[in-house]
Design a protein around this ligand. Structure first.
Ligand SMILES: [Mn+2]
Length: 316
């Protein structure tokens, strides 16, 4: 790891222009890690930095520091040849989406990720699948390189860790907690950061509440199933994590499914489990993910997808 960080810092010392990106439809870790590293590199090395994304940024991230610095890929010139492209928190090359030309045109490609990935795109891969967030690796790079972590980068790293660990529920080891302790000692205010993410439009919160209230329950109420139809889909924030989390708090519910009619005949499915693995169900639907948080997109009617999902859960 240290040798790779050393190599990375060497690459940056020799670079003038750097483009950074995370996965499509960025979450807190993806976007804030990109912005934090971009800011650190700009301030500490004087390189020219461009941060880009594909998809949509959730409303709750609209107020994060430097939010305006990350550009939708179509509004950036990706035909230019960057000295370095840094691909972060992406997991799989398909998740790079429309940002891909920036990777293909770069002289050197570096990746920094905490997903398990057999299909890497970087010549240099600083990957650690035990890290609770990509931001954990960014912090380690900054500390190793003795970079100045100013209050903006500190807030961004803290936001990335808070969101990806679900406020530390998913921390797999003590690293993210130790890093947060350092960040708090350096002036980060966790309460303010969480408050900054309470930033959704009223219609979104009302839709989320209504969707949870209208959920159906199956198989002795072990499965909760909620649906967002097409006319409401635009109000849903991100993947609908709030709805999934609300339903997951119900006593006796083991599995939570959210069906989202993104377009006619295109249904996004998010599946969560409180105990048993459900990634196999997502794979059978043509998707994938983690053991207890997975999803898929199926091109069929809402009614047919609902039937198929219910059929698959019959077995579990
Ligand atoms: Mn992540």
């Amino acid at each position: 790891m240290e040798q790779k960080i050393e190599q990375f810092l060497d690459i940056i010392r020799n670079a003038k222009s750097v483009v950074l990106m995370g996965h499509k439809n960025p979450d807190g870790d993806s976007m804030c890690s990109v912005l934090a590293l971009g800011h650190l590199l700009e301030k500490n090395f004087g390189v020219q930095v461009l941060c880009i994304y594909d998809g949509n940024i959730p409303d709750n991230l609209d107020a994060v520091p430097l939010r305006s610095r990350i550009k939708y890929f179509e509004r950036a010139d990706l035909t230019q040849c960057f000295d370095v492209a840094i691909v972060m928190d992406y997991g799989n090359p398909v998740h790079i989406g429309g940002c891909r030309p920036a990777v293909d045109n770069a002289k050197v490609v570096v990746e920094i990720d905490h997903h398990r990935n057999d299909n890497t795109v970087g010549e240099l891969c600083i990957n650690d699948d035990m890290a609770a967030a990509t931001a954990v690796i960014v912090y380690q790079i900054a500390r190793y390189g003795k970079l100045d972590i100013d209050s903006v980068s500190a807030d961004l790293l803290a936001l990335a860790i808070l969101t990806d660990t679900g406020n530390f529920k998913f921390a797999r080891n003590g690293d993210s907690l130790r890093i947060m302790a350092d960040l708090v000692d350096s002036g980060v205010n966790i309460r303010n950061l969480i408050e900054l993410m309470n930033n959704k439009p009223r219609k979104t919160v009302q839709l989320e509440a209504r969707t949870a209230a209208n959920a159906e329950f199956f198989y002795h109420s072990r499965l909760a199933l909620a649906t967002v139809c097409k006319k409401d889909y635009k109000y849903l924030d991100g993947r609908g994590e709030m709805v999934l989390s609300l339903l997951g708090q119900i006593q006796g519910v083991e599995y939570i499914v959210l069906l989202k009619e993104q377009k006619p005949e295109q249904i996004g499915i998010s599946i969560r489990s409180r105990k048993n693995p459900i990634d196999q169900i997502a794979i059978e639907l043509g998707g994938g993910g983690h053991e207890r948080a997975a999803g898929a997109i199926v091109r069929d009617s809402l009614e047919n997808v609902r039937k198929r999902v219910l059929e698959l859960f019959k077995e579990v």
